[in-house]
Design a protein around this ligand. Sequence first.
Ligand code: 13P
Length: 250
Amino acid sequence: MAETRRPIVIGNWKMNGLVDSAVELEATIAANGQGAPCEVMICPPATLLFPFSQLIQGSALRLGAQDCHMAENGAHTGDLSAAMLSEAGATAVIVGHSERRADHGESDAVVRAKAEAAHGAGLTAIICVGETGAQRDAGGAETVVGTQLEGSLPSVLRAENTIVAYEPVWAIGTGRTPTIADIEAMHGFIRRRIEALQGDVAHGIRLLYGGSVKPGNAAEILAVANVDGALVGGASLKAADFSGIFGIYT
Ligand code: 13P
């Protein structure tokens, strides 16, 4: 089936950035010309969503959050609901990042509930999956990722409100990446798995690769079949590096 999936490059700033990081944001806005063939999004710390939402007005840049709570409100000290993130300027939220799965013990069921909460608040859910190095070495990468997809994807989803990011844990922040053949094999597997679970909607869902994407390797990775963009950590913190990645689409 011929599908038009508009590529998207997303910068995940993780726990980096203060208000003076607006300088980098403004440089990214300047580099992200209106009408560029790909979407560009920054996911800053939640404290920066509202001030950044003021700065991006009139630009093509979009804002996303890095996590949300699964509940709409309630006694959850320190947590933020999807509606709060939306009100602060986010149009999307990352759920199930491996750092949250590891640091906060988030299960597939929790990730699914968060994705459903994101959809309920009108946000796009960016759902992350990926195997550890030990799991890949043991030959279990597809089994792990398949199980994560089955457990983490909401039972009802639309191509417009769901993005899946494949981030092998061993590639995050390490400078190591899978081979191009391995990325192609895994992205093809993910597409087929989503199709098996959800049907034709799978063909419209954007699949992102994440893990040590840099300006120097982005062209090769972004050209892979079923890679519809990138989820970028470290290289998104400097506008010059980040624009060297999304600029590949222009
Ligand atoms: P790096 O690009 O720093 O490897 O991080 C990837 C990531 O975890 C993005 O969510």
